[in-house]
Every structure is written in structure tokens, then in C-alpha cells.
Design a protein around this ligand. Structure first.
Ligand code: URA
Length: 242
């Protein structure tokens, strides 16, 4: 693989940033300063260091984003900015997409990846990957409504939701909802079917991933190696090797 391509696919630099760094002698391969950006390297075996930082080769990228309000969970939109607009250019060229959807005004944890197979598995209704949301409703919920929520509700289009969990805070109108599926506007529609309305919604976990408290709204980071291993395990629970 060409050195500049390697730096691009690892989201270390765009191709032009890579070329500039090579010209400035800021890239080494196996301890030698790289003379050319089109140098052929072995992405697995060769040790590439960019501006003093070793570059880890990865087949795929997994980005954890703290989604702010006002961004749509899509790769393109004619009207609103997409969550991809929150990433620097060296990531936007990688073909990342949101793994699942959050509404434009929903906040919190979003996984972005270019690993279609893993995303597909994580979103498959068969896997029952848990998603937890902090919520606030317009009116307090009764115990009887919470039981209906836990048993599964019939939405306005006749869809019967899988049992979901709801833990109420002492105010009776906020708390944590846990879903094992992800239908369009699901929580909002579940509350609507109880003649109530969501006024705040924030995803705080997705399978083994939890929203890190230090990640401010609009901020993102690559998954750590442990998080990446955990998400691959959640996508492939039957594969003991991962
Ligand atoms: N349920 C919703 O209604 N909206 C979201 O964004 C996520 C879950």
C-alpha cells in the first residue's frame, strides 16, 4: 500500500497533509525518514511514525460521538447538517456512516463506522442490543403506564413494541428507558401512545458502549481498543475468537 494511502485510511492525515508531512521529513518507516509519499509499505508489518506518533493500522474505524441537537443521523441531507459534519476532513473521506439513527433533536451517544457488517449485526432485531436513554416527559407516568411500557405497547401504526424497561426518577416524569430495538421515533411514539410527550431525550449507552462523561456535546473520539473489542463481541456473540 502507498504510504500516503496508509496515512489516509488510518485517518492520520488527508493525502495532501501526508504529502506535506513527508516533504517536511515528519514521517518515518521502520526508523528511516520516508523520502516519498508514494513509497510502498506493508501496512501490517512496517512501523510508520507520523510526527512522532506511531500509526496503528486498522481495517475499520469506530467513532464515538456525543451528538448535539440540530444534526441529522445520515451521510447526506439537503436541509440540515449531518453528524459527519462534526468530524475533520481526514475522517469524512473514509466512508463512515451512523450505526443507527437518533432524531435531529436527540442527544448523546452515536457510533459512526465504515464497518458495514458489524453495523448491520448490531442493528439486527435478532441481536437485541440494548440502548439506554435519559428522558424527560411532559407529564408524570403512573405505575400502570410503566407496566404497559415494560410489557410492550401498541403504537399508532399497530406495531407492538418489544418489552422495554423504564426506571422513573422520584419526580415521576424523568428517568432511564432501555430499548432492545430501534423503530423510527420509537420512544416518542411509545410516550404518545400513553397520551404523553417526550421533552428531552439523550442516549447514554449502546450495547457495551457508554457515553464518556468527559466527552462534551459535539465532541468525538475513536473507540479505545477495549471498546472496539467489546463492540465486535456484541456484534458477533457466537464468535469466541473476537
Ligand atoms: N426514540 C426516539 O423517539 N428518538 C430517538 O432519537 C431515539 C429513540
Amino acid at each position: 500500500m502507498r504510504l500516503d494511502k496508509f496515512l489516509s485510511v488510518t485517518a492520520t492525515a488527508t493525502r495532501s497533509e501526508a504529502a506535506r508531512a513527508v516533504r517536511a521529513h515528519r514521517v518515518t518507516v521502520n526508523g528511516e525518514v520516508a523520502a516519498r509519499a508514494d513509497l510502498s509499505i506493508d501496512p501490517i508489518r512496517d512501523r510508520v511514525v507520523f510526527g512522532g506518533t506511531p500509526v496503528r493500522y486498522r481495517a475499520h474505524h469506530y467513532i464515538l460521538l456525543n451528538k448535539p441537537s440540530g444534526y441529522v443521523s445520515a451521510t447526506e441531507d439537503g436541509k440540515d447538517p449531518t453528524v459527519l459534519a462534526l468530524l475533520p476532513e481526514k475522517y469524512t473521506v473514509l466512508g463512515l456512516f451512523p450505526c443507527g439513527r437518533l432524531d435531529k433533536n436527540t442527544l448523546g451517544l452515536m457510533l459512526l463506522t465504515d464497518d458495514g457488517d458489524t453495523a448491520h449485526r448490531l442493528l439486527s432485531p435478532r441481536r437485541h442490543v440494548e440502548k439506554r436513554y435519559l428522558f424527560r416527559a411532559e407529564h408524570p407516568l403512573t405505575e400502570e403506564e410503566c407496566s404497559r411500557f415494560r410489557q410492550g405497547l401498541v403504537l399508532e401504526d399497530g406495531y407492538e413494541t418489544k418489552p422495554a424497561d423504564i426506571e422513573l426518577a422520584p419526580d415521576g416524569m424523568s428517568g432511564v428507558i432501555t430499548l432492545v430495538e430501534g423503530k423510527y421515533h420509537q420512544i416518542k411514539r411509545m410516550l404518545q401512545s400513553l397520551d404523553n410527550r417526550i421533552t428531552y431525550l439523550e442516549r447514554i449507552s449502546f450495547g457495551p458502549l457508554t457515553l464518556p462523561p468527559e466527552l462534551s456535546r459535539g465532541e468525538w473520539r475513536e473507540l479505545t481498543e477495549e471498546e472496539e473489542a467489546a463492540i465486535l463481541r456484541a456484534a458477533n456473540p457466537e464468535n469466541k475468537e473476537i
